[in-house]
Design a protein around this ligand. Structure first.
Ligand code: ATP
Ligand code: MG
Length: 400
């Protein structure tokens, strides 16, 4: 006997009314995609349930993959047996013997198939007794068990599950549309991308690059961060914008105190153009209220003036320590702290205005026509697609 299924629970999605079908199908696709290196493993749905059929594969690496998929609330290893008492007893014992902490256990039987001749309460007794008489040093504790063995007698078969492994929660990536992530090499923006993905958003990224002031290694760092984000989704398309000329012009022509604000406004204008070209309906940034001069209320108000696209700012109210904790958990922190220069750290005005005014910026910007520089930057965009695995799209399409 061995575990042959993983039961997938998708909690929150159950609340989504008529969207539910779309969410479940997407989750199924996303799981199938992530486990494509295990050719015999298949994701199946039955009423209200999703299972990975292991097809003889070792469950551990597949569970690891599932722990990185948004939309999964929790998962459990499961054994499927025929609706026969002896088979169910054997499977329950196997589940107990293959669990880690088993000193206090409880059996919970749910009999959905009313044709099965033994009632749930009687099954609890029978299975509990069977487990006690075949093991040592364990007791039943219905109130505070270390382990709950769940037995679900369904029409087609009986499923026996034991430990509950927490999933990431959230919604399946791809169910909430696309957003353009302004991805710098810092700590914050990858975390912002991750949190947007957690709400089902598919991410494309844009990065402003200022060679030769910013190096190839700085660019590579951003590609590495994007690659790390693909671990929670599929591929990420990155638009790398040549920003040097525009930045130099801003710093040459605009008042020092306003240069940073104007640079940010240019980033927004260019990002919006990319959104339009790619049919993306929002942007996502790693902005965090009060963190630096460009992230005061006044500054956000002035920067935001140039676009009416929605801007998702998942980190806006977080403490830096919370952000760092997430970046460590999701594995981007070590890359983010590599010391390569960023376009915003190279061009730093001596005393940036912390309360830039819309009216003043508009006056300054009206003194110089930046249109061509913006157009050139957009025309010079290099697009790189990073994938979570090699050849992933073609394999994925085969499955549809
Ligand atoms: P991060 O840690 O994400 O770099 P930060 O704390 O350094 O953020 P800022 O430098 O003020 O904050 O940047 C605010 C946001 O602007 C970033 O989170 C990111 O979304 C965007 N941004 C900044 N620089 C770039 C860049 N070179 N390319 C793309 N987006 C950028
Ligand atoms: Mg930064």
């Amino acid at each position: 006997m061995q575990y042959d299924h993983i039961l997938i629970r998708y909690g929150e999605m159950a609340l989504k009314g008529k969207n539910i079908k779309k969410f479940i199908v997407k989750l199924q696709e996303n799981i199938q995609h992530k486990i494509k290196d295990f050719p015999e493993a298949k994701v199946k749905r039955t009423q209200g349930r999703m299972f990975v059929l292991l097809g003889g594969h070792d469950p551990e690496p597949i569970i690891e993959k599932c722990k990185h998929i948004f939309g999964i609330q929790s998962l459990s290893l499961a054994i499927k047996v025929d609706n026969e008492l002896e088979a169910i007893k054997d499977a329950a014992l196997y589940a107990l013997e293959n669990s880690e902490d088993t000193r206090k256990f409880k059996v919970t039987v749910k009999r959905i198939n009313k044709d099965f001749p033994v009632r749930s309460q009687d099954m609890n007794q029978i299975l509990g007794g069977h487990l006690l008489s075949n093991t040592n040093n364990i007791t039943v504790d219905v109130h505070n068990p270390d382990l709950e063995i769940k037995v679900e007698i369904r029409l087609e078969a009986t499923y026996i599950t034991s430990s509950v492994i927490p999933g990431l929660g959230g919604l399946p990536v791809g169910t909430s549309g696309k957003s353009l992530l302004l991805l710098s090499g810092g700590i914050d923006s990858p975390v912002a991308g991750y949190l947007a993905m957690k709400r089902g958003v598919q991410i494309e990224a844009i990065h402003f690059h200022s060679p030769p002031f910013t190096s190839d290694r700085a660019k590579q760092k951003v590609l590495d961060l994007a690659k790390q984000l693909t671990g929670y989704g599929k591929s990420v398309k990155i638009h790398i914008v040549p920003f040097t000329k525009l930045q130099q012009e801003i710093f040459r022509e605009m008042p020092d105190g306003y240069a940073m604000t104007i640079m940010r406004r240019m980033m927004m204008r260019i990002s919006e153009k990319v959104c339009r070209n790619e049919s993306i309906l929002s942007m996502t940034t790693g902005e965090n209220l009060g963190q630096v001069a460009s992230q005061t209320m006044e500054s956000m108000n002035t920067i935001n003036e140039v676009t009416n696209y929605p801007i998702i700012r998942p980190l806006i109210t977080m403490d830096k320590t919370e952000i760092i904790k997430i970046s460590q958990e999701i594995g981007t922190y070590e890359t983010s702290i590599l010391p390569y220069e960023d376009c915003c750290t190279i061009f730093v005005p001596k005393s940036p205005k912390t309360k830039p005014k819309r009216e003043k910026v508009n006056v300054y910007e009206s003194k110089k026509d930046f249109t061509d520089l913006i157009e050139d930057a957009v025309a010079g965009i290099e697009v790189v697609k990073v994938t979570d695995q090699k050849d992933l799209d073609s394999v994925f399409e085969d499955l549809l």
